[in-house]
Design a protein around this ligand. Sequence first.
Ligand code: ZN
Length: 132
Amino acid sequence: MIKELSVKTSSRVELLDITHMVEGVVSQSKTKSGILTLYVPHTTAGVTINENADPSVRKDIIKELNKVIPFDDNYSHLEGNAAAHIKASIIGCSETILIENGSLVLGTWQGIYFCEFDGPRTRKVIVKITEG
Ligand code: ZN
């Protein structure tokens, strides 16, 4: 099965916790065991898995990405969002997560984050579950 989630971001750069949305897709599918692939079909957004307990981790990730890849740096891309393209490529546009006993196999402190780099916008996340 394939499912398309809609994600609304509210800042230019933002890490949005979508763990519960993805868990919802798993429980809806009634899949007991399998592989879930998350795919972000955008060139200025991505997806990552990281700490979901202390929100300062998200803040630090954004802070450092913005420091290493500044918004303006005499880029060639004239659309004004070169930094967002670079950040999206560094973070990546997909994640693979195992499903076991009907739940995502995530570490205690892991959450799934949609990474907005050129928001705010309404975005898509594609979820594909392969049973097995
Ligand atoms: Zn662009």
